[in-house]
Design a binder for this molecule. Sequence first.
Ligand SMILES: Nc1ncnc2c1ncn2[C@@H]1O[C@H](COP(=O)(O)OP(=O)(O)OP(=O)(O)O)[C@@H](O)[C@H]1O
Length: 313
Amino acid sequence: MNVTGRAPSESARDPAIAPVLELDRVTIELAGRVILRDTSFSVNQGEFIGVLGPNGAGKTTLMRAVLGLVPAAQGTIRVLGEPVMRGNASIGYMPQTRSALAGRRIRGREFVAMAADGHRWGLPHTDAATRADVDRVLELVGARSLAKRPLFELSGGERQRLLLAQCLLGRPQLLLLDEPLISLDPHHQRSVVELVREVQRELGIAVLFSAHELNPLLNALDRVLYLGNSVAALGTVDEVITAPVLTRLYGSPIDVMRVKGRIFVMSGDVEIEKHDHEHEDEHEHVPGREAHGHDHGHDRGHGAHPHDHTHDV
Ligand SMILES: Nc1ncnc2c1ncn2[C@@H]1O[C@H](COP(=O)(O)OP(=O)(O)OP(=O)(O)O)[C@@H](O)[C@H]1O
C-alpha cells in the first residue's frame, strides 16, 4: 500500500511508461486548512481508482489540484511525467454534476460538442475533426440514440453518458470523475460504473472516480484511494478498507463489516458512508429541485472538458 509520506517509486520520466499521476510529498492547503499533508502516491496507466472519503475530505480539491486549479503548497504533482498545468489535454474532467442539466432543451449531440474547443470559443461551426471526435465519443458511450434528444427528456443515467462523452473528447489519458453517481438510483449507478469501466478498459486509460459509497464500485475498481484527516491511503480494497487504516483516516474508531460481498464501514452502529451520503440525496428525483443540491458552487452548466471547468474559489 502506498500511504502518505512515502516517496513514489522512482519511475522513468518517459511519458509512455511514467505513472499517469504522481504525487510527490504533496501538501495542499485551502484557506489556511491543510487538506492533504505530505502525501505521495502514484497511479498507473490503465488503472481504475475509486476515490473515497468522508464529506470534505478533499476528493474534489485533489482533482482540482491535478487540473492545476489549486496549487500544491509543497511537493510536486505530475501527470504523465510532467508537472501539472491548466488546460492539460491529457485529462478529461467531469465536475460534480447536478441536475440543473435536467431542464435544458439543448440536444445531446450539441451538448457534447459544446465541450469541444470550437464551441467554447464561440465559433459558429465546429470543424470536421471535432465533429468526428464528437461522433467517436457518442459511439464510445453508446449515446448515438441520445444525440437528437433534448436533455430534459433524458434520464439521469443518460445525461451521465453524455457527460462522460464530453470528457472523452480529445482522447485524454486520465479521467477525473467527481461523484458521477450522485442523484442516480442503484440501477443507474451500476450502469454508469459498468460503462466507465468498459470505456476505461477499451481505451486503456486511467480513471479517478470519486464516490461516497464503496459498494457500487467494488466490481470495477483496481485500487482505492481513501482520503481523510489530511491523509491518503492507496491500495487494494483488502489493504485499505480495514479498521486500522480507516480509523486513522477518520480519526475515530471504525469497524469494517463484510456481508454477502458488500462492505460496510461503521462508526459504532452507524454506517458512515451511508450517513455521509444522506444529505446528497435529499432532493434527488424531484424534478426541478435538483439544482438546489449540495454543490460547492461548481459551475454545472457547461461542458466537462478539461479546458472548461469553472469553480468558485
Ligand atoms: N475554495 C475553498 N476555500 C476554502 N475551503 C474550501 C474551498 N473549497 C473547498 N473547501 C474546503 O476544503 C475541504 C475539502 O473540500 P472538497 O470539496 O475537496 O471535499 P470532498 O471530499 O470533495 O467533499 P464532498 O464529499 O462533500 O464533496 C472542505 O472542508 C471544504 O469545505
